[in-house]
Design a protein around this ligand. Sequence first.
Ligand SMILES: CC(C)(COP(=O)(O)OP(=O)(O)OC[C@H]1O[C@@H](n2cnc3c(N)ncnc32)[C@H](O)[C@@H]1OP(=O)(O)O)[C@@H](O)C(=O)NCCC(=O)NCCS
Length: 296
Amino acid sequence: MVAGEAGGRRKRPEGKARVARVARGPPVDPPRVARVAQEDPARMARVPLVNCIELQMRFLSPLDTEAVKGLCRSWFPIDYPDTWYHEITANPRFYSLAATLQGRIVGIIVAETKELTQLAKEDRTILANCFRRGTKVAYILSLGVCVELRKQGVASLLLESLISHLTSEAYEVVKAVYLHVLTTNSAAISFYEHRGFHLHSFLPFYYAIQGRRRDGYTAVLYLNGGHATWGALDYVKLAATVLCRAPAALCRAPAALCTLSPRRALAALCRRCNLAWLAAAPRLRRVAHTSQAFFS
Ligand SMILES: CC(C)(COP(=O)(O)OP(=O)(O)OC[C@H]1O[C@@H](n2cnc3c(N)ncnc32)[C@H](O)[C@@H]1OP(=O)(O)O)[C@@H](O)C(=O)NCCC(=O)NCCS
């Protein structure tokens, strides 16, 4: 399945959306940028990184294996086997995008799409049961940015590219994008939450890191009409929407109900309770462990 071209370059996978640098602000004139950088480095330091012409996006190729390995080892506490690095840089099954600054890789995002039936047991509840064969979900295997260039929008740019790829017409069957994250990785959790992901489930002892089991979360963002299993409230919502779309005479009463929306308030309350529980679960487990150790 490795699709390497002569010279180690990888073909852009079939149907993969073209990666374009997002233009923000006025167009930048490269020779002028170089001149300003030389004459006034302090001024250049004030230019947001995502506006900098030297920040480029490209797909990974097998030539990047060693660089990616070095970066991932500095970002993640998990040791991936060499085969993993070869796969993500060479196999077109992966959406492996790099952000480069003056040719050096400074950030990567790696994702793949999977059939619902291929998901591990703990991930099958991401989508409601009504989604059947043929439905796919995307999984983010990795997202990281060099420490010195964080909080400058690089990860946002990489994630935006992935999401616009997954919401293109060819990927309509992809109904969600999800990932696993350590419960202790608060920077990543808040990064994803601020971009519309929500914590879906708590995974006790999910990771094995340096001989110790650590807890994780699954975070999900629904795309292309995907949704989680519906509760009673969602069915009420659907009924209200259907009624609202009926002829005007029929519509008046439910429409008034929609405006008041006690349902929305209740749904928000449920969501908050769920998140509070997800946040409390690792702590409760730690307390249980400590007391177990104390009494044994
Ligand atoms: C999580 C991670 C990928 C975020 O990368 P990043 O490049 O710092 O992310 P961004 O810069 O796009 O966004 C981070 C914050 O910086 C802010 N930011 C973006 N551009 C900015 C700018 N020009 N000036 C100031 N702040 C800025 C964003 O608003 C964002 O804050 P928010 O989440 O409150 O909205 C990075 O911390 C990382 O590599 N961590 C280690 C690896 C990891 O844990 N990965 C996740 C597990 S898969």
